[in-house]
Design a protein around this ligand. Sequence first.
Ligand code: F6R
Length: 242
Amino acid sequence: MLIIETENYKELSKRAAEILIYEINKKPSSVIGFATGGTPLGLYKNLVRSYKNKSVDFSKIISFNLDEYYPIKKESRDSYFYYMYKNLFDLININKKNINFLNGETKEYKKECKSFEKKINKNPIDIQIIGVGVNGHVAFNEPGTSINSKTRLINLTPETIEINSRFFKKRKENVPKKALTMGIRTIMKSKKIILLASGKNKAKAIKRLIDGPIGKDYPISYFKKHKNLIVIIDKEAGRLLK
Ligand code: F6R
């Protein structure tokens, strides 16, 4: 595990972008796994800026996203699909045919999860970006998730619904109670993982990952086992570390 402790969120976002751009320039057809939420927004701003400066070309990358609410319409402003297009995909030259997303509109969610898992197996992820929930979740793998979990439908915890309602236009009552998510095993297969964590409410989860035992009560702790994990944190997220 490589730990990069930065001064603040701005520096964290810059460092993450530098690593990702370096990898894409090395391998233009990289398979990248993206995350949503508040934390990667600064990274995406940096990627867009670098694209405009012509220091990176996204035309050959293949993308996967970690998760999507269920059920949700793609065009809903609250969907992760919408978030990714608004904050990144519409602003760079990614080939839209190379974008892979869990379909929150499908009725056949089991089939959807199976085919998503299959697509990842065919196009192994080179670099996966992840964040971490206050409760230690990764993607929507909530506490209690098995290390062997695959892409599937899950129930969100009341805590996650409450925390994520801050992004919803009409607040809490609109947050779906379920989501489709890559499993822990799916994410762990990525060749390289970059974890981003910012702010004091992430400090406990970061402490558990770095100084604590592996256990299903904090799914982030499973990632201690990954052979190529880069943890980029700011001072506040690292405040409980020795
Ligand atoms: C999002 C995702 C979630 C978030 C986590 C942290 O695709 O998979 O696990 O990474 O909830 O969210 P933020 O960054 O909003 O604190």
